[in-house]
Write a protein that binds this ligand. Structure first.
Ligand code: NDP
Length: 434
């Protein structure tokens, strides 16, 4: 920890994982003898670079770009790119570290990586987005490749940005390497169901967790934070499973619609018009809009799905959720609950699905996109969705099994961390000290 004194998010992620690995080290001292902890916590490579671009007024702008190639023990580095003003080395390292364990949990042959920039896409024109992403790729291209490192989207990076980056990569490399990025458009190597995968996968995972207790989404009231890619498709699947989703948000505030969020409106506002969620109430006056995000957790619900960003549920929000009778919390976002909030969930008798396991559906389908690109095939939506569903069930079962085996029955935080760790650690040992 003292080697990274200013990296609070990174330290938080490391603490959460290392605390839950204690029973593994007690049972298998080989991981201590092989210095696996010291090795796994250190990224294989951290790349930081200047991204210069010209805005619509002709003025030169500069942002900082990152790619952290965390761990390649079980496959090429794999993980998204985030464009958001909060991006810094700590954020990208925490995401890359988490990604390593998450990717292992999927059962797919993918290592861990993450990247991004402090560029703020909000309010930028299409031309500015294109010039920025082209400049970003002009440096990134030399570090990635279908067998080396395969980036995808994350906050602020969707199909449009992936498209521009793919075009620039192709232009520089002079080769059509479809497998270099995932989350591509369907017309040029993208996979059906990738857009839906993280949100759908989160709901599949939570459904499995609920079913073990004789519960389900049917007839339940759900609150989903965010209104981006993960949120929209979590809402869609929860509604398909018979739930009523009563709230969603963006970084300015949240909408509460007691009659149930109208997903078509949210999709149009966020995916097509790229406007603020506050617009929702102009069309649905029965709904209310509230400034600020944290109040969303005071809305009574059976199931809470935090799908926006890290640390959006703190200890007090967790306590409010529990006292309002929440039965399950499923993390669609990465690390949306603080360590203190997780304590609150684990100490109460609610069901808690950590993001590392619950939101792994996106990267799992990214790996399926890579497989289709290698074979030059395109699977149907139903095929990919069925594989996604089975992967989420497997992640749930493997995490529960690991929790059981190591003395923490039902604790998915411990179970997911251990199940993800073992595969990577064993591969590292098999490959020698490198
Ligand atoms: P999007 O950019 O599509 O959406 C993010 C949503 O969260 C937007 O509604 C955004 O509001 C809101 N948001 C972003 N930052 C903040 C903040 N600081 N405070 C409050 N709200 C915020 O991103 P995704 O849906 O792709 O990602 C959401 C989360 O899911 C992230 O944690 C990401 O790492 C994780 N994730 C994503 C995967 C994917 O496949 N996309 C895979 C696995 C995890 P606004 O529009 O105002 O910015």
């Amino acid at each position: 920890m003292c080697r990274n004194p200013y990296e609070s998010e990174f330290q938080q992620a490391v603490k959460e994982i290392f605390d839950s690995l204690i029973p593994v080290f007690e049972k298998h001292p080989k991981y201590i003898e092989q210095s696996i902890l010291e090795r796994i916590v250190e990224p294989e490579r951290v790349i930081s670079f200047r991204v210069s671009w010209v805005d619509d007024k002709g003025k030169a702008q500069v942002n900082r770009g990152f790619r952290v190639q965390y761990n390649s023990a079980i496959g090429p580095y794999k993980g998204g790119l985030r464009f958001h003003p909060s991006v810094n080395a700590s954020i990208i390292k925490f995401l890359g570290f988490e990604q390593t364990f998450k990717n292992s949990l999927t059962g797919q042959p993918i290592g861990g990586g993450k990247g991004g920039s402090d560029f703020d896409p909000k309010g930028k024109s299409d031309g500015e987005i294109m010039r920025f992403t082209q400049s970003f790729m002009t440096e990134l291209y030399r570090h990635i490749g279908p067998d080396v490192d395969v980036p995808a989207g994350d906050i602020g990076v969707g199909a449009r940005e992936i498209g521009y980056m793919f075009g620039q990569y192709k232009r520089i490399r002079g080769a059509y390497e479809a497998g270099v990025l995932t989350g591509k458009g369907l017309g040029y190597g993208g996979s059906l169901a990738r857009t839906e995968a993280t949100g759908y996968g989160t709901v599949y995972f939570v459904q499995e967790m609920l079913a073990d207790k004789g519960l389900g989404f049917e007839g339940s009231t759900v609150v989903v934070s965010g209104s981006g890619n993960v949120s929209i498709y979590a809402i869609e699947k929860a509604i398909q499973f018979g739930a009523k989703v009563v709230a969603c948000s963006d970084s300015n505030g949240y909408v509460y619609d007691p009659s149930g969020i109208k997903l078509d409106t949210v999709k149009r506002i966020k995916e097509v018009e790229r406007k603020r969620i506050s617009e929702y109430v102009l069309e649905h006056p029965e709904a209310e809009y509230f400034e600020g995000c944290s109040g969303i957790w005071s809305i009574p619900c059976d199931i809470a799905l935090p799908c926006a960003t890290q640390n959006e549920i703190d200890e007090s929000a967790a306590k409010v959720l529990v006292s309002n009778g929440v039965k399950a919390v499923g993390e669609g976002a990465n690390m949306p609950s603080t360590l203190e909030a997780i304590e609150v969930f684990l100490e109460s008798d609610i069901l808690f699905a950590p993001g590392k396991a619950a939101n792994a559906g996106g990267v799992a389908v990214s790996a399926l996109e890579m497989a289709q690109n290698s074979q030059r095939l395109a699977w149907t939506f139903e095929e990919v969705d069925a594989k996604l569903h089975q992967i989420m069930i497997n992640i749930y079962r493997n995490s529960m099994k690991a929790a059981d085996e190591y003395g923490y029955p039902g604790n998915l935080v411990v179970g997911a961390n251990i199940a993800g760790f073992l595969k990577v650690a064993d591969a590292m040992i098999a490959q020698g000290v490198i």
